[in-house]
Design a protein around this ligand. Structure first.
Ligand code: TRP
Ligand code: SF4
Length: 439
Protein backbone atom coordinates (compact mmCIF):
# COMPACT_ATOMS: atom_id res chain seq x y z
CA UNK A 1 0.00 0.00 0.00
CA UNK A 2 1.20 3.53 -0.76
CA UNK A 3 -0.34 6.85 0.24
CA UNK A 4 -0.32 9.31 -2.65
CA UNK A 5 -0.63 12.88 -1.36
CA UNK A 6 -1.66 14.18 -4.78
CA UNK A 7 -4.40 11.69 -5.56
CA UNK A 8 -8.03 12.05 -4.62
CA UNK A 9 -8.38 8.67 -3.00
CA UNK A 10 -10.54 8.27 0.08
CA UNK A 11 -9.65 6.14 3.04
CA UNK A 12 -12.06 3.97 4.99
CA UNK A 13 -10.00 1.87 7.29
CA UNK A 14 -8.02 4.32 9.38
CA UNK A 15 -6.84 1.72 11.90
CA UNK A 16 -5.26 -0.25 9.09
CA UNK A 17 -3.54 2.84 7.69
CA UNK A 18 -2.20 3.53 11.14
CA UNK A 19 -0.79 0.04 11.55
CA UNK A 20 0.63 -0.17 8.09
CA UNK A 21 2.59 3.07 8.36
CA UNK A 22 3.52 2.96 12.02
CA UNK A 23 1.36 5.93 12.99
CA UNK A 24 0.58 5.97 16.73
CA UNK A 25 -2.96 6.00 18.12
CA UNK A 26 -4.21 9.41 19.20
CA UNK A 27 -5.81 8.37 22.46
CA UNK A 28 -7.65 10.02 25.34
CA UNK A 29 -4.36 10.41 27.16
CA UNK A 30 -3.14 12.70 24.42
CA UNK A 31 -5.88 15.30 24.85
CA UNK A 32 -7.37 14.78 28.31
CA UNK A 33 -4.98 17.10 30.10
CA UNK A 34 -4.93 19.84 27.48
CA UNK A 35 -6.78 23.05 28.23
CA UNK A 36 -10.31 23.00 26.72
CA UNK A 37 -9.43 20.26 24.25
CA UNK A 38 -10.82 20.89 20.80
CA UNK A 39 -13.76 18.80 19.56
CA UNK A 40 -11.70 17.33 16.71
CA UNK A 41 -9.28 15.97 19.32
CA UNK A 42 -12.01 14.76 21.71
CA UNK A 43 -14.09 12.94 19.10
CA UNK A 44 -11.53 10.66 17.47
CA UNK A 45 -11.52 12.72 14.27
CA UNK A 46 -7.84 13.24 14.92
CA UNK A 47 -7.07 9.54 15.02
CA UNK A 48 -3.30 9.26 14.76
CA UNK A 49 -0.06 10.91 15.81
CA UNK A 50 3.69 10.70 15.64
CA UNK A 51 5.73 11.88 18.66
CA UNK A 52 2.84 13.85 20.16
CA UNK A 53 4.35 13.21 23.60
CA UNK A 54 7.05 15.72 22.70
CA UNK A 55 4.35 18.37 22.35
CA UNK A 56 2.65 17.37 25.60
CA UNK A 57 5.99 17.68 27.34
CA UNK A 58 6.43 21.21 26.01
CA UNK A 59 2.87 22.21 26.91
CA UNK A 60 3.03 20.73 30.42
CA UNK A 61 6.40 22.26 31.21
CA UNK A 62 5.68 25.58 29.54
CA UNK A 63 8.53 25.25 27.10
CA UNK A 64 8.32 26.93 23.69
CA UNK A 65 6.83 24.93 20.82
CA UNK A 66 5.48 25.69 17.38
CA UNK A 67 2.90 24.68 14.82
CA UNK A 68 3.75 24.59 11.15
CA UNK A 69 1.17 23.66 8.63
CA UNK A 70 0.53 24.41 5.01
CA UNK A 71 -2.20 25.06 2.53
CA UNK A 72 -2.11 24.24 -1.11
CA UNK A 73 -4.02 26.88 -3.03
CA UNK A 74 -6.01 24.97 -5.62
CA UNK A 75 -9.70 25.57 -5.82
CA UNK A 76 -12.04 26.83 -3.16
CA UNK A 77 -11.77 26.25 0.59
CA UNK A 78 -14.34 23.76 1.89
CA UNK A 79 -15.22 22.26 5.25
CA UNK A 80 -12.53 19.58 4.89
CA UNK A 81 -9.89 22.32 4.68
CA UNK A 82 -11.45 24.06 7.66
CA UNK A 83 -10.37 21.27 10.01
CA UNK A 84 -6.67 22.18 9.82
CA UNK A 85 -7.29 25.79 10.68
CA UNK A 86 -9.69 24.86 13.49
CA UNK A 87 -6.85 22.86 15.00
CA UNK A 88 -4.29 25.61 14.41
CA UNK A 89 -6.51 28.21 16.08
CA UNK A 90 -6.94 25.91 19.04
CA UNK A 91 -3.18 25.36 19.38
CA UNK A 92 -2.63 29.10 19.12
CA UNK A 93 -4.97 29.53 22.09
CA UNK A 94 -2.79 27.25 24.21
CA UNK A 95 0.46 29.01 23.41
CA UNK A 96 2.01 27.66 20.20
CA UNK A 97 3.93 29.87 17.78
CA UNK A 98 2.11 29.55 14.47
CA UNK A 99 3.60 29.29 10.98
CA UNK A 100 1.55 28.67 7.86
CA UNK A 101 3.14 27.87 4.52
CA UNK A 102 1.32 28.74 1.34
CA UNK A 103 2.42 25.91 -0.94
CA UNK A 104 2.45 27.99 -4.09
CA UNK A 105 5.45 26.16 -5.59
CA UNK A 106 3.75 22.82 -4.95
CA UNK A 107 0.55 24.05 -6.56
CA UNK A 108 2.54 25.37 -9.53
CA UNK A 109 4.47 22.11 -9.91
CA UNK A 110 1.66 19.63 -9.33
CA UNK A 111 -1.55 21.42 -10.35
CA UNK A 112 -0.34 23.77 -13.04
CA UNK A 113 -1.48 27.06 -11.46
CA UNK A 114 0.62 30.17 -12.06
CA UNK A 115 2.22 31.77 -9.00
CA UNK A 116 0.00 34.80 -9.50
CA UNK A 117 -3.15 32.67 -9.48
CA UNK A 118 -2.07 30.78 -6.38
CA UNK A 119 -1.44 34.06 -4.60
CA UNK A 120 -4.90 35.43 -5.09
CA UNK A 121 -6.50 32.04 -4.38
CA UNK A 122 -4.51 31.77 -1.15
CA UNK A 123 -5.52 35.21 0.03
CA UNK A 124 -9.14 35.32 -1.07
CA UNK A 125 -10.10 31.72 -0.43
CA UNK A 126 -7.93 30.65 2.48
CA UNK A 127 -6.25 33.39 4.48
CA UNK A 128 -9.33 35.62 4.73
CA UNK A 129 -11.32 32.65 5.96
CA UNK A 130 -8.60 31.76 8.45
CA UNK A 131 -8.88 35.24 9.91
CA UNK A 132 -12.67 35.08 9.90
CA UNK A 133 -12.51 31.79 11.77
CA UNK A 134 -10.44 33.38 14.52
CA UNK A 135 -6.74 33.14 13.70
CA UNK A 136 -4.90 35.92 15.57
CA UNK A 137 -1.93 37.85 14.21
CA UNK A 138 0.08 37.53 17.42
CA UNK A 139 2.90 34.99 17.15
CA UNK A 140 1.62 33.97 13.74
CA UNK A 141 3.17 34.25 10.33
CA UNK A 142 1.94 33.16 6.94
CA UNK A 143 4.44 33.01 4.10
CA UNK A 144 4.68 31.91 0.48
CA UNK A 145 7.12 29.11 -0.36
CA UNK A 146 8.28 30.95 -3.47
CA UNK A 147 9.33 33.95 -1.38
CA UNK A 148 11.03 32.21 1.50
CA UNK A 149 14.74 31.85 0.83
CA UNK A 150 15.37 29.85 4.03
CA UNK A 151 12.81 27.24 3.03
CA UNK A 152 14.18 26.92 -0.49
CA UNK A 153 17.78 26.71 0.73
CA UNK A 154 16.88 23.90 3.11
CA UNK A 155 15.13 22.04 0.31
CA UNK A 156 18.38 22.02 -1.64
CA UNK A 157 20.73 21.33 1.25
CA UNK A 158 18.74 18.73 3.16
CA UNK A 159 18.21 16.83 -0.08
CA UNK A 160 21.75 15.51 0.22
CA UNK A 161 20.49 12.79 2.53
CA UNK A 162 17.62 11.69 0.30
CA UNK A 163 18.19 9.55 -2.73
CA UNK A 164 16.16 8.89 -5.83
CA UNK A 165 15.26 5.31 -4.87
CA UNK A 166 13.71 6.61 -1.69
CA UNK A 167 11.64 9.15 -3.64
CA UNK A 168 10.43 6.46 -6.04
CA UNK A 169 9.54 4.12 -3.21
CA UNK A 170 7.73 6.83 -1.23
CA UNK A 171 5.88 8.64 -4.00
CA UNK A 172 5.86 6.39 -7.01
CA UNK A 173 7.75 8.98 -9.08
CA UNK A 174 9.10 7.83 -12.41
CA UNK A 175 10.99 9.14 -15.42
CA UNK A 176 8.08 11.31 -16.48
CA UNK A 177 7.64 13.22 -13.20
CA UNK A 178 8.50 16.89 -13.61
CA UNK A 179 11.31 18.18 -11.44
CA UNK A 180 9.29 20.85 -9.63
CA UNK A 181 6.98 18.08 -8.51
CA UNK A 182 9.99 16.03 -7.41
CA UNK A 183 11.22 19.01 -5.38
CA UNK A 184 7.84 19.64 -3.71
CA UNK A 185 8.34 17.15 -0.84
CA UNK A 186 11.79 18.60 -0.15
CA UNK A 187 10.35 22.10 -0.07
CA UNK A 188 7.73 20.84 2.35
CA UNK A 189 10.57 19.46 4.48
CA UNK A 190 12.08 22.95 4.30
CA UNK A 191 8.73 24.40 5.44
CA UNK A 192 8.52 22.11 8.42
CA UNK A 193 12.12 22.36 9.57
CA UNK A 194 12.95 26.02 8.91
CA UNK A 195 11.01 27.13 11.99
CA UNK A 196 13.76 25.53 14.09
CA UNK A 197 16.41 27.80 12.59
CA UNK A 198 17.75 30.40 15.01
CA UNK A 199 15.97 33.29 13.20
CA UNK A 200 12.58 31.63 13.62
CA UNK A 201 12.78 30.69 17.27
CA UNK A 202 15.40 27.95 17.30
CA UNK A 203 15.35 24.27 18.04
CA UNK A 204 12.08 23.23 19.71
CA UNK A 205 9.24 20.76 19.29
CA UNK A 206 7.11 21.41 16.22
CA UNK A 207 3.71 19.90 15.55
CA UNK A 208 2.34 19.50 12.04
CA UNK A 209 -1.42 18.92 12.03
CA UNK A 210 -2.45 17.40 8.70
CA UNK A 211 -4.80 15.05 6.91
CA UNK A 212 -3.46 11.52 6.71
CA UNK A 213 -2.67 11.88 2.99
CA UNK A 214 0.33 13.99 4.08
CA UNK A 215 2.00 11.20 6.04
CA UNK A 216 4.57 10.36 3.32
CA UNK A 217 5.84 13.95 3.62
CA UNK A 218 5.94 13.68 7.39
CA UNK A 219 7.93 10.43 7.23
CA UNK A 220 10.37 11.91 4.75
CA UNK A 221 10.82 15.02 6.85
CA UNK A 222 11.39 13.07 10.06
CA UNK A 223 13.96 10.86 8.33
CA UNK A 224 15.74 13.88 6.90
CA UNK A 225 15.83 15.64 10.28
CA UNK A 226 17.31 12.56 11.93
CA UNK A 227 19.80 11.96 9.12
CA UNK A 228 21.28 15.42 9.63
CA UNK A 229 21.75 15.08 13.38
CA UNK A 230 25.24 14.90 14.90
CA UNK A 231 24.25 13.00 18.03
CA UNK A 232 21.91 10.08 18.30
CA UNK A 233 20.59 8.94 21.69
CA UNK A 234 19.01 5.51 21.85
CA UNK A 235 18.54 2.34 23.79
CA UNK A 236 20.97 -0.29 22.61
CA UNK A 237 20.25 -3.98 22.04
CA UNK A 238 21.70 -4.84 25.43
CA UNK A 239 19.39 -2.33 27.10
CA UNK A 240 21.77 0.51 27.72
CA UNK A 241 21.15 4.17 26.99
CA UNK A 242 23.84 5.23 24.57
CA UNK A 243 24.82 8.56 23.02
CA UNK A 244 26.41 8.07 19.62
CA UNK A 245 28.38 10.47 17.47
CA UNK A 246 27.41 10.11 13.81
CA UNK A 247 30.09 11.95 11.79
CA UNK A 248 33.50 10.36 11.37
CA UNK A 249 35.47 13.56 11.85
CA UNK A 250 36.24 15.25 15.18
CA UNK A 251 34.84 12.30 17.07
CA UNK A 252 36.77 12.89 20.28
CA UNK A 253 35.89 16.61 20.37
CA UNK A 254 32.24 15.72 19.92
CA UNK A 255 32.37 12.99 22.56
CA UNK A 256 34.02 15.35 25.05
CA UNK A 257 31.33 17.91 24.37
CA UNK A 258 28.56 15.35 24.83
CA UNK A 259 30.12 14.15 28.03
CA UNK A 260 30.12 17.65 29.46
CA UNK A 261 26.46 18.14 28.58
CA UNK A 262 25.44 14.79 30.02
CA UNK A 263 27.29 15.45 33.28
CA UNK A 264 25.61 18.85 33.48
CA UNK A 265 22.28 17.07 33.30
CA UNK A 266 23.30 15.25 36.48
CA UNK A 267 24.28 11.82 35.16
CA UNK A 268 27.35 10.30 36.79
CA UNK A 269 27.91 6.77 35.55
CA UNK A 270 29.29 7.38 32.08
CA UNK A 271 31.29 4.97 30.03
CA UNK A 272 32.94 6.60 27.03
CA UNK A 273 34.27 4.29 24.32
CA UNK A 274 35.88 6.34 21.58
CA UNK A 275 36.26 3.52 19.09
CA UNK A 276 32.48 2.93 19.25
CA UNK A 277 31.97 6.70 18.99
CA UNK A 278 29.73 6.27 22.02
CA UNK A 279 29.04 7.20 25.61
CA UNK A 280 26.89 4.79 27.60
CA UNK A 281 24.94 6.33 30.48
CA UNK A 282 24.40 3.65 33.10
CA UNK A 283 22.28 5.79 35.40
CA UNK A 284 19.80 6.91 32.69
CA UNK A 285 16.41 5.32 32.00
CA UNK A 286 14.48 5.07 28.78
CA UNK A 287 12.08 7.90 29.71
CA UNK A 288 15.01 10.29 29.75
CA UNK A 289 16.12 9.65 26.16
CA UNK A 290 14.01 12.47 24.73
CA UNK A 291 15.31 14.98 27.27
CA UNK A 292 18.96 14.01 26.70
CA UNK A 293 18.51 14.03 22.94
CA UNK A 294 16.79 17.42 22.88
CA UNK A 295 19.47 18.95 25.09
CA UNK A 296 22.24 17.71 22.81
CA UNK A 297 20.32 18.79 19.69
CA UNK A 298 20.26 22.39 20.88
CA UNK A 299 24.07 22.45 20.95
CA UNK A 300 24.57 21.07 17.44
CA UNK A 301 24.59 24.47 15.70
CA UNK A 302 27.92 25.10 17.56
CA UNK A 303 29.39 22.36 15.36
CA UNK A 304 27.72 23.51 12.12
CA UNK A 305 24.85 21.06 12.55
CA UNK A 306 21.16 21.89 12.39
CA UNK A 307 20.04 19.96 15.45
CA UNK A 308 16.50 19.72 14.06
CA UNK A 309 14.14 17.66 16.22
CA UNK A 310 11.96 15.37 14.13
CA UNK A 311 8.57 17.05 13.78
CA UNK A 312 5.58 15.65 15.63
CA UNK A 313 2.38 15.22 13.64
CA UNK A 314 -1.30 14.55 14.10
CA UNK A 315 -3.52 13.08 11.43
CA UNK A 316 -7.21 13.69 10.98
CA UNK A 317 -9.80 11.78 9.02
CA UNK A 318 -11.11 13.16 5.78
CA UNK A 319 -14.57 14.61 5.57
CA UNK A 320 -16.98 12.56 3.58
CA UNK A 321 -18.67 14.34 0.71
CA UNK A 322 -22.35 15.20 1.10
CA UNK A 323 -23.22 12.55 -1.46
CA UNK A 324 -21.08 9.88 0.16
CA UNK A 325 -17.85 10.10 -1.85
CA UNK A 326 -14.94 12.39 -1.09
CA UNK A 327 -15.48 16.04 -0.26
CA UNK A 328 -13.73 17.66 -3.17
CA UNK A 329 -13.26 21.18 -4.50
CA UNK A 330 -13.89 20.01 -8.01
CA UNK A 331 -17.35 18.59 -7.25
CA UNK A 332 -19.39 21.43 -5.92
CA UNK A 333 -22.33 19.28 -4.86
CA UNK A 334 -20.04 17.12 -2.69
CA UNK A 335 -18.74 20.01 -0.61
CA UNK A 336 -19.83 23.00 1.37
CA UNK A 337 -17.51 25.89 0.60
CA UNK A 338 -16.88 28.61 3.14
CA UNK A 339 -17.89 31.11 0.51
CA UNK A 340 -21.15 29.32 -0.34
CA UNK A 341 -24.26 31.41 -0.14
CA UNK A 342 -25.86 30.15 3.11
CA UNK A 343 -29.06 29.40 1.21
CA UNK A 344 -27.18 27.23 -1.25
CA UNK A 345 -25.42 25.42 1.60
CA UNK A 346 -28.80 24.78 3.22
CA UNK A 347 -30.05 23.18 0.04
CA UNK A 348 -26.96 21.01 -0.21
CA UNK A 349 -27.62 19.71 3.28
CA UNK A 350 -31.28 19.01 2.54
CA UNK A 351 -30.10 16.83 -0.38
CA UNK A 352 -27.27 15.10 1.53
CA UNK A 353 -26.98 11.36 1.96
CA UNK A 354 -28.17 10.29 5.42
CA UNK A 355 -28.18 7.11 7.41
CA UNK A 356 -31.96 7.06 7.47
CA UNK A 357 -34.11 4.04 6.66
CA UNK A 358 -36.08 3.72 3.44
CA UNK A 359 -39.43 4.48 5.00
CA UNK A 360 -40.43 6.59 7.99
CA UNK A 361 -42.16 3.63 9.49
CA UNK A 362 -39.07 1.49 9.31
CA UNK A 363 -36.91 4.28 10.76
CA UNK A 364 -39.26 4.62 13.72
CA UNK A 365 -38.97 0.92 14.28
CA UNK A 366 -35.25 0.23 13.62
CA UNK A 367 -33.70 3.69 14.04
CA UNK A 368 -31.17 5.40 11.74
CA UNK A 369 -27.45 4.94 11.25
CA UNK A 370 -25.69 8.10 12.42
CA UNK A 371 -22.28 6.52 11.77
CA UNK A 372 -23.07 6.41 8.07
CA UNK A 373 -24.77 9.77 7.90
CA UNK A 374 -23.23 12.87 6.28
CA UNK A 375 -25.53 15.15 8.24
CA UNK A 376 -24.38 13.65 11.51
CA UNK A 377 -20.79 14.02 10.35
CA UNK A 378 -21.34 17.73 9.73
CA UNK A 379 -22.72 18.13 13.24
CA UNK A 380 -19.89 16.15 14.80
CA UNK A 381 -17.06 17.86 12.89
CA UNK A 382 -18.34 21.41 12.67
CA UNK A 383 -21.71 22.31 14.03
CA UNK A 384 -22.19 21.05 17.57
CA UNK A 385 -19.73 21.95 20.27
CA UNK A 386 -21.52 20.41 23.24
CA UNK A 387 -20.66 16.71 23.54
CA UNK A 388 -23.85 15.92 25.46
CA UNK A 389 -26.04 17.48 22.84
CA UNK A 390 -24.25 15.54 20.12
CA UNK A 391 -24.67 12.35 22.12
CA UNK A 392 -28.42 13.05 22.45
CA UNK A 393 -28.79 13.38 18.69
CA UNK A 394 -26.86 10.16 18.22
CA UNK A 395 -29.13 8.31 20.63
CA UNK A 396 -32.37 9.72 19.30
CA UNK A 397 -31.31 8.79 15.77
CA UNK A 398 -30.42 5.27 16.83
CA UNK A 399 -33.61 4.70 18.78
CA UNK A 400 -35.83 6.00 16.03
CA UNK A 401 -37.21 9.05 17.76
CA UNK A 402 -35.42 11.55 15.50
CA UNK A 403 -36.39 11.64 11.81
CA UNK A 404 -34.05 12.78 9.04
CA UNK A 405 -36.21 15.64 7.78
CA UNK A 406 -36.10 17.42 11.10
CA UNK A 407 -32.53 16.56 11.71
CA UNK A 408 -31.41 17.97 8.37
CA UNK A 409 -33.34 21.13 9.04
CA UNK A 410 -31.57 21.55 12.34
CA UNK A 411 -28.16 21.03 10.70
CA UNK A 412 -29.03 23.32 7.80
CA UNK A 413 -29.98 26.12 10.16
CA UNK A 414 -26.79 25.75 12.15
CA UNK A 415 -24.77 25.77 8.94
CA UNK A 416 -26.54 28.90 7.77
CA UNK A 417 -25.63 30.70 11.00
CA UNK A 418 -22.02 29.53 10.78
CA UNK A 419 -21.61 30.72 7.19
CA UNK A 420 -23.31 34.05 7.88
CA UNK A 421 -20.96 34.61 10.76
CA UNK A 422 -17.89 33.73 8.68
CA UNK A 423 -19.10 35.96 5.88
CA UNK A 424 -19.55 38.89 8.24
CA UNK A 425 -16.08 38.47 9.71
CA UNK A 426 -14.43 37.89 6.35
CA UNK A 427 -15.52 41.37 5.25
CA UNK A 428 -13.12 42.87 7.78
CA UNK A 429 -10.32 40.36 7.26
CA UNK A 430 -8.88 42.32 4.32
CA UNK A 431 -8.08 45.24 6.60
CA UNK A 432 -5.70 43.29 8.82
CA UNK A 433 -4.35 40.70 6.42
CA UNK A 434 -0.96 42.45 6.25
CA UNK A 435 -0.38 41.64 9.91
CA UNK A 436 -0.27 37.95 9.03
CA UNK A 437 1.72 37.77 5.82
CA UNK A 438 5.49 37.96 5.86
CA UNK A 439 7.25 38.43 2.55
N1 TRP B 1 1.31 19.44 0.76
C1 TRP B 1 0.30 20.13 1.52
C2 TRP B 1 -1.06 19.94 0.82
O1 TRP B 1 -1.14 19.33 -0.19
C3 TRP B 1 0.61 21.59 1.70
C4 TRP B 1 1.85 21.85 2.52
C5 TRP B 1 2.98 22.49 2.07
C6 TRP B 1 2.08 21.52 3.87
N2 TRP B 1 3.88 22.59 3.08
C7 TRP B 1 3.38 22.02 4.19
C8 TRP B 1 1.34 20.86 4.84
C9 TRP B 1 3.93 21.83 5.44
C10 TRP B 1 1.90 20.68 6.11
C11 TRP B 1 3.19 21.17 6.39
O2 TRP B 1 -2.06 20.41 1.30
FE1 SF4 C 1 -28.64 11.24 10.02
FE2 SF4 C 1 -30.23 12.65 11.58
FE3 SF4 C 1 -31.23 10.91 9.81
FE4 SF4 C 1 -29.96 10.04 11.96
S1 SF4 C 1 -31.87 11.20 11.93
S2 SF4 C 1 -29.70 9.32 9.89
S3 SF4 C 1 -28.38 11.60 12.21
S4 SF4 C 1 -30.09 12.79 9.35
Amino acid sequence: MQIDPWSSSTYQDYARLRDEFGIGVFSDNHWKNLQNPHRLLRRGIVFGQRDFSMILDAVNNQKPWAILTGLMPSGKMHLGHKMIIDEVIYYQSIGADIFIAVADIESYGTRGYSLKETRSLAIEEYIKNYIALGLKPEKCSIYFQSKNQHVKDLAFLLGRKVNWSQMIATYGFDGSTNMTHVLAPLIQTGDILHVQLEEFGGIRPVLVPVGVDQDPHIRLCRDVAKAHRIFNVKRTKDNKIGVFVKPDEDVSVLLDHAEKIIRNLGFKQLNKITEYKAIYIDDAIEDQIMMIDNTLAKTEPMFDGYGFLPPAATFHRFMTGLNGGKMSSSKSESAIFLSDDPKVAKKKIMRAKTGGAVTLEQQKKDGGKPDECMVYELMMYHLIEDDNKLQEIYQSCKNGSQMCGNCKKLAAEMMERLLLDIDEKRKHAGEIIDKFIVE
